[in-house]
Design a protein around this ligand. Structure first.
Ligand code: HAM
Length: 418
């Protein structure tokens, strides 16, 4: 038996409404902030992620689905959405369009991670990116959008953690402080951390190895090394969020697992998602475009993990009730009435009423059973007498009442009562 690849999940028709519900909420909230959808390829040249996401990150070093295509080029399934959007922004010269440029995406992404609850190899993100605005208003706008999205889903126990990791200038000083702190302990640290020490010591704060984690807990904090501009920016972001009624906790341990961030970084976390507590993460990334050899344009954004959102929604009991079936099931008692039901169904669909009819030539009893199981609201029964009268016996499955309705009036009848 061929089975689904490890770390992937099927979404069956019975569960698809949950995804559509979250996606609709994402689109609605994005529209309220005037973000428009962007669609970029599932795979890109490997070089894009190596440079964009950063070659000192776990994502690039360990988790990418990279392969040679038939032309011998190295391509990678996107591990996230930001780098692809940045590439499109540069390639289409969008810096010359109306700024700020605001885009959202609903995508699948791929990371070769050890699967567990809330951590998959193919997962899905709702992300937003805003280009062109360097000031704190943009950070606050994006965080407020994220907050509105989570609230729109009914989530109440997801908390916002906020930090600033400064700019290139102040971070250089911080890197020195980190190196001085970790230097005497390098012997006790994992191999990865020893290499991070040279290339990007801030990544050492993000290590998942127990010993390294313990040491990282006592490391100097970036917040104590912010330059005046970065400090002022952070204070303004906090003030704007407080003013907008968005609650947050400053958490100096948030450094994020991608290299492109500067200044504001944030995560929305929940214990309901088990060990994988971050449902949404993002931040400012003012140097990403420069890293990709383009002229610098400041940017800020976030992405939420759809699978983790659904887990947290389930834990908080805010998943919507099950999906509805067809508005009307048209049951036929014999061949002639089945044929009439088939045609009547076409008419009803034309009038915008979702309906179904018997495709398996089953007994009326079995048809009722099916209609009930699939959540239909009305069953219109047609038999010899009904055909002669030109009217169906319409049963409201919810109210358990029934009425005679002329074929020609069926559409209006259902529309009125549905
Ligand atoms: P990220 O923190 O790597 O950031 O991922 C964002 C969210 O995607 C996570 O908070 C989590 O909910 C979900 N996620 C990540 N990996 C997995 C996985 N293996 N399985 C299930 N869910 C996962 C980014 O991707 C950045 N591009 C966000 C961003 C946009 N920053 C600025 N703009």
């Amino acid at each position: 038996m061929i089975q689904i690849p490890k770390g992937c999940k099927d979404v069956l028709p019975s569960q698809a409404y949950l995804w559509q519900y979250v996606e609709a909420a994402a689109r609605e909230v994005a529209a309220a902030y005037a973000f428009k959808e962007i669609r970029t390829p599932v795979f890109e040249h490997t070089e894009l992620f190596a440079r964009g996401v950063g070659d000192t990150t776990d994502i690039v070093n360990k988790e990418m689905y990279t392969f040679l295509d038939k032309g011998g080029r190295s391509v990678t399934l996107r591990p996230e959405g930001t780098a692809g959007v940045a590439r499109a922004f540069i390639e289409h010269g969008l810096a010359g369009s109306a700024l700020p440029f605001k885009a959202y995406y609903l995508i699948s992404a791929f990371r070769y991670e050890r699967p567990q609850a809330g951590r998959l190899r193919e997962f899905h993100q709702f992300g937003c990116e805003l280009y062109g605005a360097a000031g704190a208003f943009a950070d606050a706008e994006v965080i407020t959008l994220a907050d509105a999205f989570l609230k729109r889903l009914g989530l109440k126990k997801v908390e916002l953690r906020l930090n600033s990791i400064g700019c290139k200038r102040c971070r250089a000083r911080y890197h020195e402080a980190l190196k001085a702190y970790f230097a005497p302990h390098l012997g006790e640290m994992c191999e990865d951390c020893r290499s991070r020490y040279e290339k990007n010591p801030m990544r050492m704060l993000d290590c998942k190895a127990e010993g390294c984690k313990r040491l990282a807990a006592g490391a100097p904090r970036m917040l104590d090394y912010l330059c005046d501009d970065c400090r002022a920016h952070f204070e303004q972001v906090k003030a704007l969020l407080s003013g907008a009624g968005v609650a947050y906790t400053v958490d100096p341990s948030i450094v994020r697992g991608l290299d492109y961030y500067s200044r504001t970084v944030f995560e929305f976390v929940s214990d309901a998602a088990g060990a994988q507590g971050t449902v949404l993460g993002g931040g400012r990334y003012d140097t990403l475009l420069e890293q990709m050899d383009s002229k610098p344009v400041p940017a800020v954004g976030f992405a939420a993990g759809m699978e983790r959102l659904l887990l947290v929604m389930e834990a908080e009991g805010v998943l919507p009730a099950s999906d509805m079936g067809a508005a009307c099931y048209l049951a036929g008692m014999d061949d002639a009435s089945r044929r009439r039901a088939f045609l009547l169904a076409q008419e009803l669909r034309g009038a915008g009423i979702p309906c179904e009819t018997d495709l398996m030539e089953r007994s009326v009893k079995a048809q009722f059973k099916y209609a009930d199981k699939t959540g239909a609201r009305f069953v219109a029964v047609l038999g010899e007498r009904e055909l002669a009268e030109g009217a169906a016996e319409v049963k409201d499955l919810r109210a358990s009442s029934s009425e005679r309705v002329k074929f020609g009036e069926l559409a209006d009848y259902i529309k009125r009562r549905f």
